[in-house]
Every structure is written in structure tokens, then in C-alpha cells.
Design a protein around this ligand. Structure first.
Ligand code: C2E
Ligand code: CA
Ligand code: CA
Length: 543
């Protein structure tokens, strides 16, 4: 699979994922929001029920206090009268009682109440109030009551009355005793396990019973006291969620489609650019410019670098920075390199017959250094130009040299053909220097970013000097790129740099202009003669 298809596949996958993300996210958010809202409702209801319970406990405390401070004898007519007032104080209290020796001694509700059999083991609430649950009133077997007692004075309470005002079809309501976990009043579905649950991980009274499908709020008034359960089926959440999703999903889908559309547009553009590049290669829309390279010691032009240009059908010329990276990504760079070498043959075959020792630098991409086709293409070029005509230099960047081990074989094969190897843009890419000793480099090209700061106060101004020293210690010749001023040329000359290239010496030019340029900047016969030995031969010695 080519890189292009991999990228297209990855883009589509990313788009599909991106399209799903907002939808899934919106559903998730909708559910979270619906659950939050439900818990708020359950909390409100439980607070109201607890207020009712607290109100009833308040009544029993007031009853006990008032009766004891009144001095009335329990069950005396005055005492009973006072008790009757409490007996009608709320819709929950059904009667007031006075308990003695485990029995109802008298009550505001008359003889019927005296027949009540008190359960044997009352629960003790924390505030000294005793609670009798599951109390039966004779003749009313279907109802269970609760008796709250303090100091003998007691209230007969119908606990369902505490919760019934809050009844709704979607809510389960329960009152339970936290000592034994038994429900004293209930409305709707209530599981026994909810009163003693350990599911409440955060200890905030909220938990989900996923098995039964309920959201539950469980509150206990005080340790050992009455507890309140309010629950709602999760199914009601799903209804809420569907309402949320109704809004969120279309938005998510629209956002996803927009992303997908953008991805498809990018892919289409990529593919049409690729087709355009292929057309340019095949239809001769590429041409080469040649930038002179000078020997700094004697100011003569010793060679040039071939720089590629793409001329669009409308006449605009595109610099290589705009299409070389794309050609690399699209897997077309080797076709581009083949075209460059063909153009060299086309442009300079005659020129090299005249100047056989003229050096020509050609740029190679990292991918070129991975393929043994490259030495073969270079050999074809040399053969077409004619043996002994021209000295060639390939320029490789640090990126290309570090990427794969196979670059070693390719570079070695090229070098064995008598072609020099230059390391291009030195110092801008990778920081590893180890590779410098593993390749047969002949020339180190100091990147123009260091040239521009070399004669200034900038912090990096010293870098150029260090690079020059490094190259010298490794036995390489140096070429300073991007020389634009006399001052920069003088700086590199005085620091022992052999070659210079830049607008100061000459801008990239057409082959015809190069033919006119070279004789004006060389000494007669400078590039004539047989090919000299390659390694580290100063240009001056090439005469
Ligand atoms: P490079 O190999 O570093 O080429 C030198 C670049 O610096 C050229 O840009 C050149 O026009 C520019 N330059 C030369 N002197 C000066 C100067 O004094 N000042 C300034 N500011 N710039 C100067 P160009 O032609 O746009 O090429 C850009 C890059 O594209 C090249 O950088 C090279 O990496 C790549 N390239 C060019 N032709 C080819 C090619 O045939 N094949 C491959 N694979 N890459 C190429
Ligand atoms: Ca270069
Ligand atoms: Ca360069």
C-alpha cells in the first residue's frame, strides 16, 4: 500500500471516528444530565419526607414535655383533654396514648386504642424516643401503624401518611428503621437491600441499582433513626435521554459530516495535486536553474548546484520547497529525481564537453538514498554526458542519511562511481554527529541560517566557526551557503572555508546563462583537462 493510500485510509478513519465522537458524546452527556436532574428530584422529595418525619418527632417531644410540666395525672380527665389536643395536631397522628406496664393505659382515641397489643421489642431512637413498628389496631388488619413514645406519652402514627402526599407514578417512596432495615411505610417498588445497601460508594446517599434498574436516594435522619428511600426506575431516564438525544444527535451528525466532508476535500485535493505533479513530470513542466559555486580563495566559479523549478501551464514558477515535500509524501520523488538527471543531460552535455572539470551538485531526497535505482540513474547520466565529462556531487540532507541503514549502501555505491557526497543544510536537522564518521562525506555545506548570522552579534554567530572546525577535524571540505555580502565572503575565506555559494556570487540561472557566466568567472583553461583525483582536492589545485 502506498503512503498516499495509507494517508487517505487514515484520514477517512479519523473522519469516521470524529463523526461518531460528537454523537456518542452527546448521548453520554444527555444521559448524565438526565441522571443529574433525577437525583435533584429524588433529593427534593426525600428532604420533604424527612421534614414530615422530623415534624412528627417534634410533636412527641412537645407532648411529653407539656404533659410532664402540666402536673396533670396521666389518664385523669384533665390529662386526657390535654392529650386529645395533640391527637388532632396533624394529619399523620391518629391518637395520643399513655403507656404503662407494656400496655395502653388510656388514649385520646377511646377504648379501641386500649386493645392495641404493643410489640415486645421497641426500637430506641437516639433522642430517647421509643419506636414500635408494625402495630395493629384491632379491626383494621390491613393497616400497620407506628407508635412513638417518650416517657410513657405516645403517638399512634399512620406512617403512610408521611409519604403519601409525595406519591407519583414514577417514584418509589419508603420509610424504614435504620436499626433493623425494615420498611415502616412504602409506596411502589422497594427492595429490602436498599435499606442496608453498600452500593452507595460515595456515601452521599445516591446509588444506582443497575440490576433492578433503579436510581435510589437513601437518607437516614440520625444514626439509628428513621430512614427515607426515594427511588425511580432508570427507564424514566431513557425517556429523558431520548428527548435530549433528539437535539444532540442531529448536531453531532452535522458536525461529523462537516469533518468528513473536509477530510474528503483534503483527499481529493491531495489526489488532484498528485495527478498534476505526474503530468508536470511527463509533459516537461520542470526545468533546472543553476546557481554558481565559487572558490573563495581565488574568486573563480568552480561549479554550480542544480535547483529544480516547476513551471505551471499559466506560466507561474513554483519553487521546490512547495512541491518536493509533497512529491516525497506522494511517493513520486524518485520520478522527480530521474527527471532532474535527464534535464542535466539535456542542459549541460555540451557545456561539460567544454568544461569537463566543472562540478555540478544535484540534490537527492531521503527516499532516493533508500533505492539502488539512484546509483543506476546517476550512472546513466554520466554515460549520456560522456565519460570524463563533468564532476558530480550529490547533496544529501541529514534527515536522509539518518533515516535508514540502507542509505549506507546507496551512498557507498554512488561514491564508488567517483561522485562526491556533500552533506546539505548541515546543522539544521538532527543533532546526532555520530553518522558523520560512518559516511564517506567529501563536502560539508554550512546552512545559510548560520551564514546570515556569522558576522553579527547573534548568539548563533559562533556556530559557523564550530561547524568549520568540525569539518576540518573530519577531513571534509566546507562550502558556505547563502553568502549575500562581501563581508560574509571575507569571513568564510579568512576562516579557511574553500567554497562559497549565494546571491553575492550569483543567483540561480538558466543553463544558457550559466554557459555565458562561467567563462567570465574562470581563468582560461580552468575546467579543462582530465578528471583529477577526487578526495579533498582544493579547487585551486584543479587547474
Ligand atoms: P538547498 O539545497 O539548500 O538549496 C539552496 C537554496 O537556497 C535554493 O533555494 C537557493 O535558491 C537558495 N539560495 C541560494 N543562495 C541564497 C542566498 O544567498 N540567500 C538566500 N536567502 N537563499 C539562497 P531553492 O532553489 O528554492 O531550493 C530550495 C530547496 O529545495 C533546496 O535547498 C533543496 O533542498 C530543494 N531542492 C531544490 N532542487 C531540488 C531537486 O532537484 N531535488 C530535490 N530532492 N530537492 C531539491
Ligand atoms: Ca542543496
Ligand atoms: Ca542547502
Amino acid at each position: 500500500m502506498t503512503k498516499r493510500y495509507r494517508i487517505a485510509g487514515l484520514l477517512l478513519l479519523a473522519a469516521a471516528i470524529l463523526a461518531c465522537v460528537p454523537v456518542v458524546y452527546s448521548l453520554h452527556q444527555a444521559r448524565k444530565q438526565a441522571i443529574r436532574e433525577k437525583y435533584v428530584l429524588l433529593d427534593d422529595v426525600s428532604t420533604s419526607i424527612r421534614r414530615e418525619v422530623a415534624g412528627t418527632i417534634d410533636v412527641i417531644e412537645r407532648l411529653s414535655t407539656e404533659m410532664r410540666s402540666s402536673g396533670d395525672t396521666p389518664c385523669s380527665p384533665e390529662g386526657l383533654l390535654r392529650m386529645q389536643r395533640f391527637g388532632i395536631s396533624s394529619h399523620i397522628v391518629k391518637s395520643t396514648l399513655y403507656l404503662q406496664d407494656g400496655k395502653v393505659a388510656c388514649s385520646s382515641g377511646g377504648a379501641l386504642m386500649r386493645q392495641i397489643v404493643l410489640p415486645r421489642h421497641p426500637l430506641r431512637a437516639a433522642d430517647g424516643v421509643l419506636v414500635y413498628t408494625q402495630v395493629q389496631v384491632p379491626g383494621l388488619p390491613e393497616r400497620e401503624y407506628v407508635i412513638l413514645e417518650k416517657d410513657g406519652y405516645a403517638l399512634l402514627v399512620f406512617p403512610d401518611g408521611l409519604i403519601s402526599p409525595f406519591a407519583r407514578p414514577d417514584l418509589s417512596l419508603g420509610l424504614f428503621n435504620s436499626m433493623d432495615g425494615r420498611y415502616a411505610a412504602r409506596q411502589g417498588t422497594l427492595l429490602p437491600s436498599w435499606t442496608t445497601t453498600t452500593a452507595d460508594k460515595n456515601n452521599d446517599g445516591h446509588f444506582t441499582d443497575a440490576e433492578a434498574g433503579y436510581l435510589v436516594v437513601r437518607r437516614v435522619l440520625r444514626p439509628g433513626g428513621t430512614g427515607v428511600i426515594v427511588a425511580t426506575p432508570l427507564a424514566t431516564i431513557d425517556t429523558r435521554m431520548a428527548q435530549f438525544a433528539h437535539w444532540f444527535i442531529p448536531i453531532g451528525i452535522i458536525a461529523g459530516l462537516a469533518v468528513l466532508g473536509m477530510a474528503l476535500m483534503m483527499i481529493r485535493r491531495q489526489w488532484s495535486t498528485r495527478a498534476e505533479l505526474l503530468r508536470a513530470i511527463n509533459n516537461g513542466h520542470f526545468f533546472l536553474m543553476y546557481q554558481p559555486v565559487f572558490c573563495l580563495q581565488d574568486d573563480t566559479c568552480i561549479g554550480a548546484e542544480a535547483l529544480l523549478r516547476w513551471q505551471h501551464e499559466d506560466g507561474t514558477v513554483v519553487p521546490p520547497d512547495h512541491f518536493i515535500p509533497f512529491a516525497e509524501d506522494a511517493g513520486l520523488i524518485q520520478l522527480v529525481t530521474r527527471r532532474v538527471l535527464e534535464l542535466v543531460v539535456q542542459d549541460l552535455s555540451g557545456f561539460f564537453r567544454q568544461y569537463p572539470r566543472f562540478r555540478l551538485g544535484v540534490n537527492l531526497s531521503p527516499r532516493d538514498l533508500q533505492s539502488m535505482d539512484t546509483p543506476r540513474l546517476l550512472a546513466d547520466m554520466q554515460r549520456a554526458i560522456g565519460p570524463g565529462n563533468g564532476l558530480f556531487v550529490v547533496e544529501a540532507t541529514e534527515r536522509g542519511l539518518l533515516e535508514e541503514a540502507s542509505a549506507q549502501d546507496v551512498v557507498a555505491a554512488i561514491h564508488a562511481m567517483g561522485i562526491e557526497i556533500a552533506i546539505d543544510d548541515f546543522g539544521t536537522g538532527y543533532s546526532s554527529l555520530a553518522y558523520l564518521t560512518t559516511y564517506p562525506f567529501d563536502i560539508l555545506k554550512v546552512d545559510k541560517s548560520f551564514t546570515s548570522t556569522a558576522c553579527t552579534e547573534a548568539v548563533t554567530s559562533q556556530v559557523a566557526i564550530h561547524i568549520i572546525e568540525l569539518a576540518r577535524s573530519l577531513g571534509m571540505q566546507t562550502l558556505a551557503e547563502g553568502i549575500e555580502t562581501q563581508e560574509q565572503a571575507d569571513f568564510f575565506r579568512s576562516n579557511g572555508v574553500l567554497y562559497g555559494q549565494g546571491y553575492f556570487f550569483g543567483r540561480p540561472m538558466r543553463a544558457a546563462d550559466l554557459s555565458a557566466f562561467v567563462p567570465r568567472h574562470t581563468r582560461p583553461g580552468q575546467h579543462a583537462g582530465v578528471q583529477p583525483p577526487l578526495k579533498h582536492t582544493p579547487a585551486a589545485a584543479l587547474d
